[in-house]
Each structure stands twice: as structure tokens, then as C-alpha cells.
Design a protein around this ligand. Structure first.
Ligand code: G4P
Length: 530
């Protein structure tokens, strides 16, 4: 990853990123402060308040609340410091979630939020590994410094050791817990003082001439100042200094210390994103690399959300623009079906409200309402045939049968299931013999989420039950080979929502045997998203 100074200014000023964290580390609070400083909301508390209002409207949301799953818009855009920030929300399910992983294919960088008392937690580690697969640059925010937290060196060491990444302090905390008064900005040589009395007040920021500046003593008690000087000296000896190139290549993370709830350290973090980037990066397709500054517009769907508005059965496909300058009403080509598609009502997500997007640039995320044509992984271009790569599909690891409690509703259930399958929320298999459906997910919580959504959004109470199968494999190969195989294995076969053939079993032994008996047949645990 490199900064590309030749990018047109409108593209170069874009910053598209996600926040990764373990539940409770402060992602929502930080998001809210971003929106506040980005001018997208007027008052702290609105994101949460909006969340609460929505939650009371539906039990699904209530369930999210009970389980500590965060609810917010999927993509939010705001301006800061001359930059356009696009913050893409990663759903915070404590379970493994495919959605989260796909979201990370649409961003150029991630902010890792950790709790200063807890350090690197399990969910953070998982998400970090996904970022690393794509060499995403990561900025770290160590939150809750207003509370008792771990020793600064210990936190940094833990990140370095646990995640095998160089950590360069961008700021250094002064005092801990109740004694925490602020940070020394190591990149900008400034003293940042937290205001404990007013949570929404921006820190006082005083320019310094290095750590020997006598004015430091005017603001920092002598014992804390001595400790600060000693620690920073040690840090400069022992820890790497910030190197933008290494950061952009994903080998180094700058770390800021702060307290989101006290609005402390947040602006410095935002300035870090503005200053160090990265701007929109090239995207990979099977055919070629797509550069953001190309003249024609291209983009790919990384998320589909159905039933955002219960009154309308619409779906919104979230598209990451990979290149060009998009204007409302443009005629695009939907590559998978080769059909033209006039994008007349795209939406940008400014804070929690939708707004018509008159224009958008490479790096932006737009929402395209549609009736199901757009699926995860689909490409939109001005005519070129492109297939974006790198959008993962996951092997379903847990299988269950699902039935409507009321057998008369079976047909409706099929429709609901197909919709969730298209959304990428689950894999749905219709067995070749018999009735009912088998649903495959990667985390057990997804069954509960599905059951609750099917009931709420379609009014169909359902029951999930253990299935006789535990593994699913997509079958491919020459037609004659597949037909011959299908003829003798009917009891194990099903079709997914695209009509593709799937082999179901509970024995690895079966899969191995097929490999030996049918060398020309391919069994795969995942299916390409296209
Ligand atoms: P999440 O989205 O990552 O799950 O975290 P969220 O922002 O909801 O924050 C989790 C809890 O941590 C919240 O408390 C929040 O107020 C608190 N918190 C966030 N930032 C800071 C910080 O800088 N310092 C301290 N001391 N606490 C912080 P809660 O009790 O769960 O909710 P609430 O009643 O405060 O809303």
C-alpha cells in the first residue's frame, strides 16, 4: 500500500475505514465522537438514542441489545479536516460473523480499539487477523485511560507480542486512572490536557518545544512530569518510531491513548487518519487491478441488507466504489447478469439518516435500493466485464433443519430463507429428497438471529432442529460426471439458493471416499460469491 500523490484531490481526500474491537471496548462511543467532530450529529448521545428508539420497535433489536450487539448504520460519511471520512460499521456480534469479515473487504484501513485495562481481547484478535490477510493499515486507540489501566509499556508489549506488529506510540499517557491528566503528543510535540469536568469538551492542546520545554511544568505535576520524561525517553530507545510507509504496508500501528467518553484523544486519532492515510487503494479483480483514479466508474457489492424499513420490502446493496466519479442517474452494467441498471436513487449514509447521493467518488460507499438483483460480490461497471476478488465466502460449519411451526407457511418460509441466503446471512439448502430446508451458518448465534428475523420480518414462527448432516460441499465438474454422481447419491444431495448442487454428509470419510471414487469431481467447502 502506498500513498498515491497523483490521485485527483476528491479521491485523495477520502478515508474509508472500519473500527474493530471487542464488545464493550468503546466502539460506539468512539463512533459517536467521530460523528460529533465530523459535524454529522449535534450532540453526544444521539447514536445511542437512535439505537434505543429502534430497539424498542422490534424484538430483534431487543435481542441485539440483550446480547450486547451494537446497532448502528452500516456506513456513515462525514467531513473532518478537509477529508471525507467513510466509516463502515462492523457488526459487533460476539459470534464469528461473515458480515464483519466482508465489511473489511470494503475499507482501506481499520481502527483497532482496545480497553486500556483489558488489552487485546479475543474478538479483536480475530478481526485483526482478517485485516492482516489484506495488509490493511491499522491505527490503534487505547481507550478508557480515565480508568485504572495497565502500564503503558505492558499494553504496547502485549499488542506487539500478541499480534506480531510493530507499535509506535503516537501519544504517551500522563498519569493513570484518577491521576490521568492527558497525553503528550509524540508526533506533534504538544501537550493534550483532558477536561474531566466536561465530557464533551475538546482537550486543551498546547504546543511544546520537546519534553524539556519548561512550560510543561506549568501544567503537569512534578512527579508525573518526571515519570513522563523517563518513560518517553525509554520509549524512544526501546520502541520503533512511527514510519508512515511501514504503517501503510500493515507492519506498524501507531497507538493513541485516550478516553472516548471524555472526548479525549479522539481528534488526534482523526487527524492521524487524515494525515497518514491511506487514501482509496487499488482493488483487485480477476482481470486486472483497478486504480481509483480511472475515468470509468466501477464498484462491488460487499453487503446486502434486507428489510431495513419494515414498511417496504426493499433491500439495500452496499457498494464500494473502486474507481471513477459516480453521478446519480448513471447507467451502469450489472456484470453478473450483463443487464443495464440505471442507478437513480443511490443513498449516502450521513450519520444515521439516508440522503440521496448526487455524486460519489472512488472510496465512497453508496447504498443502492433494489429488489434482489444485487448480490454480495456483484460488480457494477460502465460496461467492462470485471470480477472483483477477495470477497470471502465461508464454509457453513453448523447445519440445522428449519421448519415453520405452521406447516401451511412452508412456501412463505422458502421465500424468507431465499432472501436471507441472498443477503449472505446464511446458506440455505433444499434437499433433493423430502421436504424442509437445511440452513448452514458459521456461528451458533446466527440460528437465533435468523429465527427471530424470520418471525419478525415475515411473521413465520420457526423451529430449528439438529440435522442428520454436519458438512456441506459444493459439487462441480463436467456435466456427465456430475450427473452420474448425482444419480447414485440422491439421499445426500441438495441445491443452494442459486440452484447449485451441494453434497451433504456427516462423515469426513464419505468426502474422502468420493475424492477417490470420482477423481474428476470437485467438492469444495466454499463457493465463490459470484
Ligand atoms: P462497544 O460499542 O465497543 O461495545 O462499547 P461502548 O461504546 O458501548 O462502550 C462500552 C461501555 O464503556 C459504555 O458503558 C461506555 O460508556 C463506556 N466507555 C466508553 N468509553 C469510555 C471511556 O473512555 N472511559 C470510560 N470510563 N468508559 C467508557 P456502559 O455502562 O455499558 O454504557 P453507558 O451506560 O455508559 O451508556
Amino acid at each position: 500500500m502506498t500513498n498515491r500523490p497523483q490521485l485527483p484531490p476528491e479521491i485523495a481526500r477520502r478515508r474509508t475505514f472500519a473500527i474493530i474491537s471487542h464488545p464493550d471496548a468503546g466502539k460506539t462511543t468512539l463512533t459517536e465522537k467521530f460523528l460529533l467532530y465530523g459535524g454529522a450529529i449535534q450532540m453526544a448521545g444521539q447514536v445511542r438514542a437512535k439505537g434505543e428508539a429502534r430497539r424498542t420497535r422490534s424484538d430483534f433489536m431487543k435481542m441485539e441489545q440483550d446480547r450486547g450487539i451494537s446497532v448502528s448504520a452500516s456506513a456513515m460519511s462525514f467531513d473532518f479536516d478537509g477529508h471525507r471520512f467513510n466509516l463502515v460499521d462492523t457488526p459487533g456480534h460476539s459470534d464469528f460473523s461473515e458480515d464483519t469479515y466482508r465489511t473489511l473487504t470494503a475499507v482501506d484501513a481499520a481502527i483497532m480499539v482496545i480497553d486500556g485495562a483489558k488489552g487485546v481481547e479475543s474478538q479483536t484478535r480475530k478481526l485483526f487477523e482478517v485485516c492482516r490477510l489484506r495488509d490493511l493499515p491499522i491505527l490503534t486507540f487505547c481507550n478508557k485511560m480515565d480508568r485504572e489501566s495497565r502500564d503503558t509499556f505492558e499494553i504496547i508489549d502485549e499488542i506487539q507480542e500478541n499480534l506480531a506488529i510493530d507499535v509506535a506510540p503516537a501519544s504517551w499517557p500522563i498519569g493513570v486512572g484518577r491521576e490521568f491528566i492527558g497525553c503528550y503528543d509524540m508526533l506533534g510535540d504538544r501537550l493534550e490536557l483532558m477536561d474531566r469536568a466536561d465530557r464533551n469538551k475538546v482537550a486543551q492542546s498546547i504546543s511544546m518545544k520537546g519534553l524539556d520545554d519548561p512550560r510543561l511544568a506549568d501544567h503537569v505535576p512534578a512527579d508525573l512530569l518526571a515519570k513522563l520524561r523517563e518513560e518517553v525517553e525509554m520509549a524512544r530507545e526501546l520502541l520503533p518510531t512511527f514510519d508512515q510507509r511501514s504503517f501503510l504496508e500493515g507492519h506498524m500501528t501507531p497507538i493513541w491513548f485516550g478516553s472516548a467518553i471524555n472526548s479525549f484523544g479522539v481528534q488526534e486519532l482523526m487527524q492521524g487518519i487524515s494525515t497518514y492515510g491511506p487514501p482509496p487503494q487499488p482493488q483487485n479483480s480477476a482481470e486486472r487491478e483497478i486504480s481509483p483514479d480511472e475515468n470509468t466508474v466501477t464498484g462491488f457489492v460487499f453487503k446486502v441488507q434486507a428489510n431495513m424499513d419494515p414498511k417496504h420490502r426493499d433491500r439495500v446493496a452496499f457498494v464500494r466504489l473502486a474507481s471513477g466519479h459516480f453521478e446519480r442517474g448513471m447507467k451502469m452494467v450489472h456484470v453478473r447478469t450483463k443487464k443495464p441498471m440505471a442507478v437513480s436513487n443511490p443513498v449516502l449514509f450521513l450519520a444515521a439518516d439516508r440522503e440521496l447521493a448526487e455524486e460519489a467518488w472512488a472510496g465512497d460507499i453508496i447504498g443502492i435500493p433494489n429488489h434482489g438483483q444485487l448480490r454480495i460480490g456483484d460488480a457494477l461497471t460502465e460496461g467492462e466485464t470485471l470480477r472483483f476478488t477477495g470477497i470471502p465466502s465461508f464454509a457453513p460449519e453448523l447445519l440445522q433443519t428449519v421448519r415453520a411451526t405452521d406447516p401451511m407457511k412452508a412456501k412463505h418460509l422458502e421465500k424468507a430463507l431465499m432472501q436471507f441466503a441472498e443477503e449472505g446471512a446464511a446458506k440455505v439448502f433444499k434437499p433433493a429428497i423430502g421436504s424442509g430446508f437445511i440452513v448452514g451458518v458459521v456461528g451458533a448465534l446466527q440460528f437465533e438471529v435468523l429465527a427471530s428475523r424470520i418471525e419478525l420480518e415475515y411473521g413465520i414462527p420457526v423451529r430449528f432442529e439438529g440435522s442428520q448432516f454436519t458438512s456441506a460441499r459444493w459439487v462441480s465438474g463436467a456435466k456427465s460426471v456430475v450427473d452420474a454422481f448425482a444419480e447414485t447419491n440422491k439421499a445426500h444431495l441438495a441445491h443452494d439458493h442459486d440452484g447449485d448442487l451441494v453434497y451433504l454428509t456427516r462423515l469426513q470419510w464419505d468426502i474422502d471416499r468420493i475424492g477417490r471414487d470420482h477423481p474428476d469431481l470437485r467438492l469444495t467447502a466454499t463457493k465463490e460469491m459470484m
